[in-house]
Ligand binder design. Structure first.
Ligand code: CO
Length: 280
């Protein structure tokens, strides 16, 4: 069964951190979540006023934050002494688990800053695991080449056997950054039960809808895909670059409280009280 396009979503302008202008694509009224994905923020600006304030120290508990940069640099620092700079093409997959306090600040005073932050939920049994990181620079992310198609594999394994460096067996995510030349297609066998979406970065990618009519996903649009075990995504006349992201749905209750995502309201209150008590 071919996956088809269920719905197109456009992100909502939002301000977060100390005043960073971004577009919230998942985690907004039009798309509250796409299990196990809780939030997707896209940022792209060459105006320093939009990003310079950054995200000063703030906590997280119960899920993972995944930062993927296309342009610019972000410095990351946490309360356990972990520090580093994410550079273009680099990924930081942070499992906040039982709790971390970190800051995410632009490592630049001008120029383009562009990238994504995705929040991936953790199952109830693993929300209080110890925090850890999987961080890889651009040169550690394999690129699979097919006819007219180049695939940067951040996590998961393609049908041709290319595996990304990030590993997360709990939600089995596939995180691909795909560039297609005009008219070429990306055809792939995928887990039929995983939730999946496409997010346009450049040009247009075409996907059939439920009536087999081709629909275009353009830059800054998210396309939610149906369930199914195969996928065909075709570039429009100017070629296309887009993210394809899928993951195993957890089907558990979700209780959100700002930077904490737990299963119950009581657990969210506990997270706030642990944070205030300095237990992170
Ligand atoms: Co954060």
């Amino acid at each position: 069964m071919q996956r088809y396009l269920i719905k197109k979503i456009r992100g909502m302008p939002a301000t977060d951190g100390a005043g960073v202008e971004l577009v919230r694509v998942i985690g907004q009224p039009a798309l509250n979540m796409l299990d196990p994905f809780l939030l997707l923020d896209a940022f792209r600006s060459d105006n320093a006023d939009d990003y310079i304030a950054g995200f000063p120290a703030h906590p997280h508990r119960g899920f993972e934050t995944v930062t993927y940069l296309l342009n610019g640099k972000m410095r990351h620092q946490d309360n356990a002494g972990h520090e580093g700079v994410i550079e273009p093409g680099g990924i930081q997959w942070m499992t906040a688990g039982r709790g971390i306090i970190h800051s995410e600040m632009p490592e630049q005073e001008d120029g383009m800053l562009e990238g994504f932050q995705l929040w991936v939920n953790l199952p109830a049994q693993h929300k209080m695991d110890a925090p850890h990181y999987q961080e890889y620079a651009q040169d550690k992310i394999p690129i699979e080449q097919r006819a007219g198609c180049s695939i940067r594999v951040i996590t998961g394994t393609t049908s041709q056997g290319t595996s990304g460096p990030v590993v997360q067996p709990l939600t089995q995510p596939l995180y691909l950054d795909i560039t297609l030349q005009a008219g070429h297609s990306f055809c792939e066998a995928v887990d039929p039960t995983h939730n999946a979406f496409v997010y346009g970065i450049q040009g247009e990618v075409r996907i059939p809808d439920a009536k087999q009519l081709e629909q275009g996903i353009h830059k800054d649009q998210l396309g939610i895909l149906s369930q199914g075990d195969t996928l065909t995504l075709t570039a429009g006349s100017e070629g296309s670059r887009f993210l394809f992201i899928s993951g195993r749905p957890l089907n558990e209750p979700v209780a959100r409280g700002g930077p904490f995502v737990m299963n119950t309201e009581q657990e969210v209150r506990q997270a706030f009280s642990d944070y205030r008590a300095g237990k992170f």
